[in-house]
Design a protein around this ligand. Structure first.
Ligand code: BYC
Length: 331
């Protein structure tokens, strides 16, 4: 009996490791992994972590811009901003739905956010002080988001990759509307141009932090790259963003707030000064300018929406009861 028990263990382990080898071979062959396919637990956990953080970022990300809907300077600007903020809500919903395919419920994920246990992008803990901040968010925050998210359209997990395709299309519109606001301000009065410059000064460095810690400190990158969840490293994407954005700032006639910024002929890249990673860590630990305000707003929105959830549940129960009664009557 003892020998049989021992025999059972290597068999199970062999099964697991051959499943794992088959899984990695499929990933290497660029086949999409779908919800009912076998996957390592750690792959599932990594996806739930990343997709839920991404979903939370979209939802919390509505707050800084939502703050300006009533103050947009014209009807046209109001309509565009309203549409953009609604798009972010949609992105959050696609992403929660993608996470749910991994056996985790939306309620659980939202519970983690409201309990302060889940991360969301550091960028949304900064305030929107002037109308120019709405331009800067579209241009820079959505610009950074696109740079990070285009490669995610080729992520190995099918539902996440497919959600990202639609999200990226919408993000491109967001980026253009932001840049157009910046262009209008930069070509406006000296005061408007100064407002645009001030917004760039405040958003530039936090946007560079959106790409995550430097590669040397990125704990998840290696494994996520092997699983083809990540296609580029944090530093590579940050550099791509810098190279794309510096000429756009020059076109606007604005100055990137970095005295060390210089074009390096040898590498063909713009080189920047040091990023303040202490600030990044402070924001992640809850000490950013708006962390508390953002969580307060989300908790209030959740409490205020309780009646909608209750009404939806009551309606679903009523429909189910009616359907069951009709089935019984038909039998
Ligand atoms: N903020 O090992 P690393 C939008 C965390 S929304 C906060 O490099 P990974 C939009 C990281 O989670 C855009 N936390 O991690 C919405 C990890 O912590 P945990 C949101 C950050 O996963 C509204 C730890 O640091 N985009 O576009 O390999 C309006 C170590 O990092 C941040 C996404 O979510 C950060 N900036 O790489 C407008 C994209 N950076 O989990 C626009 C999807 C890192 O161990 N996510 N951390 O506790 C990703 O691509 C990757 O998760 C990251 C990080 C590149 C962000």
């Amino acid at each position: 009996m003892y020998t049989q028990a021992l025999n059972g263990i290597p068999d199970e382990a062999t099964d697991q490791s051959s499943e794992a080898a088959r899984f990695q071979a499929r990933v290497d062959a660029e086949q999409k992994i779908e919800p009912n396919d076998w996957m390592p637990d750690a792959y599932r956990r990594t996806l739930v972590r990343q997709i839920s953080q991404h979903a939370h970022s979209e939802i919390v990300g509505m707050l800084p811009e939502g703050n300006w809907i009533t103050r947009a300077p014209s009807l046209k600007r109001k309509v565009a901003l309203l549409a953009k903020v609604q798009d972010e809500a949609g992105h959050g919903l696609y992403l929660y739905a993608a996470a749910e395919t991994l056996d985790v419920s939306r309620e659980e994920l939202i519970g983690q956010l409201l309990a302060g246990k889940a991360k969301y992008s550091s960028i949304f803990n900064y305030p929107t002080l002037t109308w120019a901040d709405i331009g800067a968010i579209g241009w820079l925050v959505d610009g950074a988001a696109i740079m990070n998210q285009i490669p995610l359209c080729r992520c190995s997990y099918g539902p996440y990759a497919r959600a990202m395709i639609r999200i990226c299309k919408e993000e491109s519109f967001h980026q253009r509307q932001g840049y157009e606001i910046m262009l209008t301000l930069a070509r406006g009065t000296p005061e408007q141009k100064a407002m645009a410059q001030d917004a760039l000064n405040r958003w530039w460095w936090p946007c560079l932090m959106m790409f995550g810690p430097p590669d040397s400190e990125s704990q998840h990158s290696d494994q996520s790259t092997r699983w083809k969840i990540k296609r580029f490293s944090n530093d590579d994407l940050r550099q791509k963003f810098i190279d794309a954005t510096v000429p756009q700032a020059h076109y606007l006639g604005l100055t990137i707030p970095d005295k060390e910024l210089a074009y390096d002929d040898a590498s063909g890249h713009w080189k920047i000064g040091p990023i303040d990673w202490a600030e990044f860590k402070r924001v992640l630990a809850g000490g950013g300018p708006c962390n508390r305000e953002r969580m307060r707003a989300r908790r209030k929105a959740h409490e205020d929406g309780a009646w909608v959830r209750e009404a939806a549940l009551a309606y679903a129960q009523k429909r189910r009861a009616r359907r069951e009664a009709m089935q019984i009557a038909a039998e």
